[in-house]
Design a protein. Sequence first.
Length: 337
Amino acid sequence: MNTSKTKDRYQIAVVPGDGIGKEVMEAAIYVLDALDIEFDYVYAEAGDECLEKNGTALPSETLDLIRNSDACLFGAAGETAADVIVKIRQEMRMFANLRPVKSYPNTNPLYDNIDFMIVRENTEGLYIAGEESYTDEGAVARRIITREAEERIIDYAFKYAKENNKNKVTGVHKANVLKKSDGLFKEIFYEVASRYPDIEAEDFYVDATAMYLITQPENFDVIVTTNLFGDILSDEGAGLVGGLGLIPSANIGEDGALFEPVHGSAPDIAGQNKANPIAMMLSAIMMLRYLGENEAAENFEAAILKVLNDANKLTGDLGGSATTMELAREVKNNLKN
């Protein structure tokens, strides 16, 4: 991620999407507007409602807007999520998916001392469109692992560790069974690790990692893995720290960056002003850090921490009774103070 401020004004593509995406986006921008930073928000459509309205879940105009902006904030997509987010990642070569897993107060984490990053490869593996087909016997999927993509994501993970004072990178694979594809991943992992002698490198099988996330999560700093494994372990990580309502994410690539919560559109509570906006806010904080606005990011996170510590204005999923915007107002008041 960028580490220094590069511009005085930023164009941000805002894609609220479906369901609670609209509500949590409104809350996040409400707080962003309290920062001493100039943002030009340009809104665009994508998702289920966009499909119904326009005949496509991801209009080319939306993709062009994201491509021409400094960053994109995305709310949530419903059933069309794969057609929207996966396509944006692939079209814009957003090869790195970042999923922080961090304990916050009054969020019912399983442990109070968790703070690690999952770096997930975004462009290949089992999640490539068109690599699945039916056969006479059933269906078959092709898993793609390339040296170029895996070296790129592993190097990104080690650079992230170095730039963020993390001491260890853990490579996760299943090379004992997938000897050629994950065997290549493991081989590349240690090739890249040799370029970073000051950072400890270790590797685990994905099933062992799933257990260690429960039994010793405090031992992880940065995890790097392939697409499907990263998807699964990320949601397990969310379960460690209070659920998906607290997990932000970033998609970083050569042609842009997109920041989104991972909780989905939650149609059962959409429109009721009860969604937890913290994951969206934390995604906005990741955007600020990407833009080099580190001081603003720290202040924003501190304002959220104050709300969590006070525990008086939390949403229902955290045991409170506050609405989405009541929580946002509390964060904004803390930010101003």
